[in-house]
Design a protein around this ligand. Structure first.
Ligand SMILES: C[S@@+](CC[C@H](N)C(=O)[O-])C[C@H]1O[C@@H](n2cnc3c(N)ncnc32)[C@H](O)[C@@H]1O
Length: 235
């Protein structure tokens, strides 16, 4: 993925992660795959034939991570396959769709969106009807056998955002089974969800490295999400 920066003027810099996601000053934008549609009231902005949709770091840990770390390697490849555990109502997934699939999925991407909550999956099903490429899966991601039938092969990108205890162990198990070699995986960890909340981040870091993952970055999301850390690893 090519990354470049354009200086528009003093204090107003544009940083492109791809031609579909960019930082403008202190805000993050994805190129809207569904022109004219704002999912949760986020701002839309026209620029010639393109429309940009603001990606809110307060409701998306990936957005917060991108704004904090400014590393495009957090993002999956456009046109790639992603496994997303803990889809929620699909807010972050809609922005990933802008990047991975684009309008009418002309980029040929797939986002396998798993959640245990029927309410959440109902919203993701609605989202997928207007955003092809999203595959909603109602499942408990702790049961890998219930997720496995939806993957043809190992995937190059996994994100886990489930508020459960033992998230690190689940993340490792999932990556060992479903992440391809050299693949990128992100774990959003909320210390309060863990039994030993005080040492949760240190424990996570040690467990991940002992399991053989390379820790690329540990991104503290404070300011956007308190007591949340985003672990970026490569297998
Ligand atoms: C913090 S929310 C996810 C928010 C979402 N990632 C976003 O950015 O919009 C956590 C989600 O994990 C889901 N979840 C919790 N335990 C789960 C499990 N065992 N399997 C699948 N989903 C689970 C919850 O239903 C909830 O929707």
């Amino acid at each position: 993925m090519e990354r470049f920066a354009l200086e528009k003027g003093e204090g107003d810099s544009l940083q492109f992660f791809s031609d579909r996601v960019r930082i403008e000053g202190r805000s993050l934008w994805s190129r809207n795959a569904l022109k004219g549609v704002s999912l949760r009231g986020e701002r839309l902005k026209r620029e010639g034939r393109k429309e940009w949709r603001q990606w809110n770091p307060r409701t998306s840990k990936i957005a917060a991570g991108l704004l904090k770390s400014k590393q495009e390697s957090l993002l999956p490849e456009s046109g790639g396959t992603c496994l997303y555990l803990g889809s929620g109502h699909g807010t972050t997934i809609s922005h990933l769709h802008d990047h991975v699939c684009g309008a009418k999925n002309h980029l040929g991407g797939t986002i396998i969106a798993v959640d245990i909550s029927p309410r959440c999956i109902r919203d993701v099903i609605r989202l997928s009807s207007s955003r092809p490429g999203i595959l909603p899966v109602l499942a408990d991601c702790r049961d890998l056998e219930s997720v496995s039938p939806f993957l043809n092969s190992k995937v190059p990108w996994i994100f886990q955002d489930v508020s459960q205890s033992n998230q690190v162990e689940l993340f490792i198990k999932t990556c060992e089974r479903f992440l391809s070699n050299g693949g990128t995986a992100l774990l959003s960890l909320k210390s309060a969800s863990e039994r030993e909340s005080s040492g949760a981040f240190a424990h996570a870091e040690n467990t991940l490295t002992e399991a053989g993952f390379t820790l690329v970055e540990r991104i503290d999301l404070a300011g956007w999400e308190e007591k949340h850390m985003l672990f970026h690893v490569v297998k």
